[in-house]
Design a protein around this ligand. Structure first.
Ligand code: NAD
Ligand code: UDP
Ligand code: UDP
Length: 322
């Protein structure tokens, strides 16, 4: 394998994908970012556009792609519930047909391929924290199913291509990750709360805010991605990647209120159907096999994310100013 690899990143102009493209360029690789811009934006990769080893291709992964590459990172898929539920059939197609196409490409080009799977494969978990051996508790016919079952089927395809076609795979089960470059209208909890707080609007807690999540800062996650891809072949898969610090949604709201100094009040809205009650990764496998552990505390990660949204919102205010 040459030191400089030709690397494909699907979903490369999304939140996580843009940080991954940046990290791969920093390591000296050629990066082809493939995206249909459903939830990602050119702005996320604008600062890379003049880079001599960077290229963006508008393309939908549900359509076959014939390119010559050495390594594939499959991140294409809307990740926020409001976005993946807008066109649920497209969400399933992206996960399932997208995986088939990228695995077919990996098979032909003999590329190593990474799948951005999710803690959602555990559904509303009855085991806490969740180790990789847990098979999950997923509703196959609910509003979240297009995402959860799409991602589960993609995992199935990855392991079948590994067994049947000897494709070299890496599967990461990613737990809630946040940071700069989430879009203002992303709809996930961290960006919603920060944007609401900065605009002085009510902070919308769904249900009583007693449900928990574990929030990982984006830099930590990307370090985990790279460690997993570079780990020796034959390691046990999949691998959970996330920050085991567990917070109730109410605690998150309180922290955002404290850090922004907002006067916004919490308001309570109905809990969406099938919303998982608790989520916390067991990261023993990542610790032991990759020597990986997250370093950024929620408070520090939120401070950086708040600074990002402050500058985003002030830019859009400047644009609107007469
Ligand atoms: P995101 O919505 O910001 O990024 C997804 C990207 O994929 C976007 O740029 C979007 O335009 C693109 N995309 C969607 N469908 C496509 C298609 N059919 N063809 C080509 N491009 C397509 O979300 P993100 O948070 O950056 O998530 C990236 C990946 O990581 C997703 O696969 C997601 O399921 C997974 N993941 C993320 C988290 C998290 O907390 N951020 C957690 C678990 C899993
Ligand atoms: N594929 C692709 N790019 C490639 C090779 C394959 O998009 O470079 C697609 C191909 O069109 C097919 C899918 O990947 O739909 C699965 O390919 P595979 O070779 O596994 O299956 P087959 O073509 O035999 O159905
Ligand atoms: N949530 C909330 N208010 C919001 C957005 C989300 O209370 O404005 C809750 C949501 O119900 C869920 C948690 O925060 O319990 C995390 O939601 P998110 O959409 O970020 O991710 P996921 O549910 O996929 O973990």
């Amino acid at each position: 394998m040459p030191a400089t690899k030709r690397v494909l990143v699907t979903g490369g102009s999304g939140f996580l994908g843009s940080f991954l493209c940046e990290s791969l360029l920093e390591s000296g690789h050629e990066v082809l970012c493939v995206d249909n811009f459903q939830t990602g934006s050119r702005e996320n990769v604008m600062h890379l556009q003049d880079h001599p080893r960077f290229e963006v291709l508008r393309h939908d992964v549900t359509v076959p792609l014939w390119v010559e590459v050495d390594e594939i990172w499959n991140l294409a898929c809307p990740a926020s519930p409001i976005h993946y539920q807008t066109d649920p059939v497209q969400t399933v197609k992206t996960s399932v047909i997208g995986a088939i196409n990228m695995l077919g490409l990996a098979k032909r080009t003999k590329s190593k391929i990474f799948q951005a799977s999710t803690s959602e494969v555990y559904g509303d978990p009855s085991i806490h924290p969740q180790p990789e051996a847990y098979w999950g508790n997923v509703n196959p016919i609910g509003p979240r199913s297009c995402y959860d079952e799409g991602k589960r089927c993609a995992e199935t395809l990855f392991f079948d291509y590994q067994r049947e076609c000897r494709v070299n795979i890496r599967v990461a089960r990613i737990f809630n990750t946040y940071g700069p470059r989430m879009s203002v209208g992303d709809g996930r909890v961290v960006s919603n709360f920060i944007v609401q707080a900065l605009k002085g609007e009510p902070i919308t807690l769904y249900g009583e805010g007693a449900q928990t999540r574990s929030f990982c800062y984006v830099d930590d996650l990307i370090r985990g991605f790279r460690a997993l891809m570079d780990a020796p072949d034959g390691l046990p898969l999949p691998v959970n990647l996330g920050n085991p610090g567990e917070f109730s949604i109410r605690e998150l709201a309180e922290l955002v209120i404290e850090l922004t100094g907002t006067r916004s009040q919490m308001v309570f809205q109905p809990l969406p159907r099938d919303d998982p009650r608790q989520r916390k990764p067991d990261i023993s496998r990542a610790r032991e096999l990759l020597g990986w552990t997250p370093r950024t505390e929620l408070r520090a990660g939120l401070e950086r994310t708040i600074a990002y949204f402050e500058s985003r919102l002030s830019q859009s205010r400047d644009r609107l100013a007469p």
